[in-house]
Write a new protein. Structure first.
Length: 272
């Protein structure tokens, strides 16, 4: 069973997923950060694949990607860093980034390396559902082949898709039908960033999605920055994803392990 499925089966609520950018704050801190997040009690980790044009990311994550790339982070190096990661953690790991670097690396090679490393899922915000479903030959240049979905399933990778307040009901149900793992509920239509609290319009959106009784569990992302916003998000979904606030903390941390422990415990317990 995929570790993502196992997580949601065994823990139906209060799930905390933490995002960080590979290669930030230092080029070789990836494994150290994963180990510290795991030890601090997070339930899932999203590893950002740095990209030069991260259209869905706010200034904090954009800056971390820029720093990581300038320091020499690449897809090849990331997979080298992750080759023994399953000796360090057994919680679900996902790669999050954009389609262009994955295409440049090679779709089949990417999926193979994910499987070797024990990656459980992939989040590509700019991957259209239709492209995911159609013949992958159009993307890979091969004369024949199944869909990108087939390729993911072959390597036990869950493709996680995003929905937003502007996503039509019919589209949400289509995404829910085709995707697996969980739905990434974007809390607003803006880019990622540190915000405080949800307004009435966002809460109405959360309630609307909750009442749709979708088959996939849901995690809320964008704007989760502290214990209060995490707890509030958990009232409407199985959990939440924290990214910008965590990455911002990494950029100023003097002691990574200690700072990560304090941060994650604070998000979960409220004693930041």
């Amino acid at each position: 069973m995929n570790r993502i499925d196992s997580l949601f089966r065994n823990k139906p609520d209060q799930i905390l997923s933490v995002f960080f950018t590979a290669g930030f704050p230092t080029l070789h801190s990836t494994v150290e950060i994963i180990k510290a997040i795991t030890a601090a009690g997070a339930d899932m980790i999203e590893i950002g694949m740095p990209f030069s044009d991260p259209m869905a990311d706010g200034p904090v994550i954009q800056k971390s990607s820029d720093v990581a790339l300038k320091q020499g982070m690449s897809m090849k190096l990331l997979f080298t860093q992750l080759k023994d990661i399953r000796k360090e953690t057994d919680i679900p790991l996902l790669l999050m980034g954009y389609l262009n670097p994955v295409m440049q690396y090679g779709l089949e090679k990417f999926c193979e390396e994910c499987a070797k490393s024990g990656i459980d899922g992939v989040i590509l915000p700019d991957l259209p559902l239709e492209v995911y479903m159609e013949d992958s030959a159009k993307l890979t240049g091969r004369t024949a082949g199944g869909s990108l979905q087939d390729l993911f399933l072959m390597h036990n990778l869950h493709a996680v898709f995003l929905i937003s307040p502007q996503t039509r009901v019919e589209r949400i149900r289509e995404i829910d039908r085709i995707s697996n793992g969980f739905l990434y509920m974007v809390s607003s239509s803006s880019t990622t960033g540190i915000r405080h609290g949800f307004d009435t319009e966002q809460q109405a959106y959360f309630e609307r999605i909750r009442d749709m009784k979708l088959k996939n569990p849901r995690l809320i992302g964008f704007g989760i920055s502290n214990h209060e916003s995490f707890s509030n998000a958990c009232n409407y979904a199985q959990g939440a994803i924290i990214g910008s606030a965590f990455v911002n903390m990494l950029g100023t941390a003097q002691n990574l392990e200690g700072a990560i422990t304090k941060f994650v415990v604070g998000i979960k317990a409220g004693d930041q």
